[in-house]
Write a protein that binds this ligand. Structure first.
Ligand SMILES: Nc1ncnc2c1ncn2[C@@H]1O[C@H](COP(=O)(O)OP(=O)(O)O)[C@@H](O)[C@H]1O
Ligand SMILES: [Mg+2]
Length: 441
């Protein structure tokens, strides 16, 4: 993409109501624009990151055996009356009436709908286990929408729902999601710690929140230090084998959110290993048995010929919130530092003297070569000053900057800067392109 043809409305200064770094940087980098309290338009640069995060989530869900579908944003109130949640949900639910005076709502979550879909076609234990998920916009009329995409009213969530015949099967489904979550957050460069959590309005008895530690986090959390550095299991696990040891390895160490905090258990950890911090909830998994299947009559036939309500769990990831969490974890005074896996573009080309024949030619060559090699590249071909171009590149946080200036070009070299380390090398263009495309020069 050529910047001169792109839409990247960067701001010199963040609006004063943006309180935390990620919110300020997303606004300044032209990634989002507020359209109403807690409701954002995703501008082109922000959308690219959102799509990359969504894709990682999707790949890890698929790997763990979940199946993607797409449920609508609008739901019938009557469906929620079946579970008893229509009245229980309160003012966070956006209630809508259509032209036929039919009551609808903008879905804050999808337990009822997916249960309805399931009961419409699954009858036998032979069809289990199943895990259905979608990535869909949610609306919750939060009392205090704040911190940009962190606590929005409209936000993108991945929500998965598992169905099993019995508690043992449900536990295995829960463990699959537990392990998939460790992997998916790790692929985004995040250290997300699973912590015992309250089940809240979803209900049920087994629940973990996945928390990224950050000073600006909304939750107070308490855990054993070792959990933060524990590596993710990686993709090569036996997804339908015994995942319990992987889960136990983590749940054996103390980790709890404020609501579930047990002071005595925490104090039993050696003092040097105690971590009392703040965190951002990026995922939340629940196992809730028959809470919905029983009132909604989602029954399956067991091998003994008896019908029982299906055992369920639900598993959410805050896809849009993750942009904020990643930026909180990875930025400096100059701006965002994207991990390669979610960066909107891999390389930014900075033409220090647009209009200079030699600089333009070198930039064009680099731009074409990178595109041909399938590398996502943003070419700053505007006539802004070099200093302003550097500031924009640092702000938007692409992992690599390829800098082409008249002096270097005359000597036959360009510069390659790593955004994260700040390291720069001066090399012939061929060598730099080889580095960026992973090919030998
Ligand atoms: N208002 C919001 N804005 C952005 N992301 C949200 C919001 N509410 C929830 N999420 C994300 O969706 C995930 C699943 O939501 P859930 O646990 O049901 O919500 P809550 O924790 O608010 O009860 C959360 O872990 C979080 O990452
Ligand atoms: Mg939650």
């Amino acid at each position: 993409m050529r910047l001169s043809r792109y839409f990247l409305p960067v701001l010199k200064e963040a609006p004063s109501d943006a309180q935390i770094a990620s919110h300020q940087l997303m606004l300044r980098a032209g990634m989002i624009r507020q359209e109403a309290a807690g409701i954002y338009a995703w501008l082109p640069l922000g959308l690219r990151v959102l799509n990359k995060i969504e894709q990682i989530v999707r790949e890890e869900m698929d790997r763990a055996g979940a199946i993607e579908l797409l449920m609508p944003t609008l739901q019938l109130a009557d469906l929620w009356r079946e579970s008893g949640r229509y009245d229980a949900y309160g003012p966070e639910m956006l209630r809508i009436t259509d032209r036929h005076e039919r009551e609808l709502l903008y879905g804050p979550t999808n337990e009822e709908m997916v249960t309805e879909i399931f009961r419409g076609s699954v009858r036998s234990y032979k069809d289990l286990p199943k895990n259905l998920y979608h990535v869909q916009w949610k609306f919750r009329d939060e009392r205090r929408p704040r911190f940009g995409v962190m606590r929005g009213r409209e936000f993108l969530m991945k929500d998965a729902y598992s169905f099993d015949l019995d508690a043992e099967g449900a536990r295995k489904s829960y463990n699959r999601m537990f392990v998939a979550y460790l992997n998916l957050f790790s692929r985004m460069g995040l250290k997300a710690v699973p912590m015992r959590a309250d089940t809240g309005p979803i209900g049920g008895d087994l629940s973990h929140e996945f928390i990224v530690l950050a000073e600006t986090g909304e939750s107070a959390v308490f855990c054993h230090k070792d959990l933060v550095e524990m590596a993710a299991p990686g993709p090569d696990v036996e997804w339908y084998g015994d995942l319990q040891p992987l889960v136990d390895q983590r749940t054996a160490l103390y980790a709890a959110t404020e609501e579930m905090h047990d002071e005595a258990a925490f104090d039993a950890i050696p003092e040097g290993d105690r971590l009392s911090a703040r965190g951002i909830e990026v995922g939340h998994i629940f196992s809730f048995g028959t809470k919905y299947s029983e009132p909604m009559k989602a029954l399956v036939m067991g091998p003994d010929g008896k019908e029982v309500p299906v055992q369920m769990g639900s598993y959410g990831v805050g896809v849009s919130r993750l942009l904020g969490a990643i930026i909180e974890a990875s930025h400096d005074d100059g701006g965002i530092i994207w991990p390669e896996s979610v960066a909107p573009y891999h390389v930014g080309i900075v033409n220090m003297r647009q209009g200079d024949a030699a600089c333009d030619a070198a930039c064009d060559e680099a731009y074409k070569a990178l595109q041909a090699a399938g590398v996502d590249v943003l070419y700053d071909d505007t006539d802004a000053r070099g200093g302003a171009k550097f500031a924009t590149m640092d702000l938007i946080g692409l992992p690599w900057q390829l800098i082409v200036g008249p002096k270097g070009v005359a000597e036959g070299v360009v510069e390659l800067k790593n955004r994260k380390t700040g390291e720069r090398v001066s090399e012939p263009l061929d060598a730099v392109l080889a580095r960026l495309t992973g090919k030998a020069a």
